[in-house]
Design a protein around this ligand. Structure first.
Ligand code: FMN
Length: 315
């Protein structure tokens, strides 16, 4: 998720769930081809399985970027056909590509020809007045013909004019039935549902109908959900939150030694105690101290101690 997630976030989330597939935020072909691709694609080996999400609309450029991602070690290449921001629209990619199914099919075919890992597409159920089921099914059929390995469908349409990206994640209603229907009509196609999934029970329900679920905001605000999902779907015993934090500390030290500031890592951890005693003490300690100059692992240890103190004092 652009501006929210990064490699530090993914490293932390991986400690909560060894099995979930993690996705990078969208990285544009322009940034990769003209910017510091080494930095943009860097990740820790612990983050596997990891998908690189690309933003672009030019088949040859996307193929070149897919190769860069593959060379960097990504396990899947995903094309963003769901982002409605103005900046993305001015580049004629993201959600507005739903209006150009033939072009998206060319993009998928070009990436498929270039790499040996799955090539997937993240999309919406529709855009603007192009929001019929027939249009979604036609779009899907073309991607299937182009060899797409999986489709992640955000179960709401996007309005390309008049709504901000944030509103486009909240205002258009969720229509899960449409994604379920798509799976019924394309039974051989891997189809994952995205949008508004918040609990293990939500996930279980959707998995009766589709092959997978992608979780965005809830995984960020309440990352413990990933540990709960890991336990539910693999049977692995859940670690304690404290054990997860302890396992993160060597990474923190290693990153600080390379010039990363504690705040860049700690900001992703604020929600770890979401909904349990000590949450406020944890958040407060990290938010007040992690940004200070020279802040190190001792701040995280102090936050843990604050949780324990809060837990004891609240009984
Ligand atoms: C801050 C923010 C940034 C996002 N950036 C991306 C992105 O880079 N690529 C993408 O496919 N979706 C992005 N999304 C959308 C989410 O992936 C997801 O589709 C949407 O939030 C609905 O799922 P959720 O209800 O589980 O969050 C972003 C969402 C937020 C809140």
């Amino acid at each position: 998720m652009m501006d929210w997630t990064d490699r530090h976030c993914r490293y932390f989330l991986r400690l909560l769930s060894p099995s979930v597939r993690l996705y990078t935020e969208m990285i544009t072909t322009a940034a990769l081809l003209h910017g510091d691709s080494g930095r943009l694609l860097a990740f820790d080996a612990a983050e596997h399985p990891l998908a690189l999400q690309l933003g672009g609309a030019e088949p040859r450029e996307l193929a070149r970027c897919a190769v860069l991602g593959r060379q960097a070690g990504h396990d899947e290449i995903n094309l963003n056909v769901g982002c409605p921001s103005d900046r993305v629209q001015s580049g004629r990619f993201g959600a507005c590509l739903m209006a150009e199914p033939a072009l998206v099919a060319d993009c998928v075919a070009a990436m498929k020809a270039a790499v040996d890992v799955p090539v997937t597409v993240k999309t919406r159920i529709g855009i603007d007045d192009r929001d019929s089921y027939a249009a979604l099914a036609d779009f899907t059929r073309r991607l299937v013909e182009a060899g797409v390995d999986g489709l992640i469908v955000h179960a709401r349409k996007a309005w390309l004019q008049g709504l901000s990206p944030k509103q486009n994640r909240e205002v258009p209603p969720l229509d899960y039935a449409r994604v379920y229907r798509l799976k019924r009509d394309f039974p051989a196609q891997e189809i994952w549902l995205n949008g508004g999934v918040k609990t293990v029970a939500d996930t279980e329900g959707h998995l009766q109908q589709v092959d997978g679920v992608m979780i965005g905001r809830e995984a960020y605000h309440n990352p413990w959900l990933l540990a709960q999902l890991e336990q539910r779907f693999t049977g692995a015993p859940s670690p304690t939150r404290e054990a997860v934090v302890q396992r993160l500390l060597p990474y923190v030290e290693q990153q600080l030694a390379q010039g990363v500031r504690l705040q860049q890592i700690a900001r992703h951890m604020l929600g770890l105690y979401h909904g349990v005693p000590g949450a406020r003490a944890w958040r407060r300690t990290l938010s007040e101290r992690a940004h200070r100059r020279g802040a190190g692992p001792e701040v995280i240890e102090a936050a843990l101690a604050a949780v324990t103190g809060a837990t004891v004092s609240t009984g």
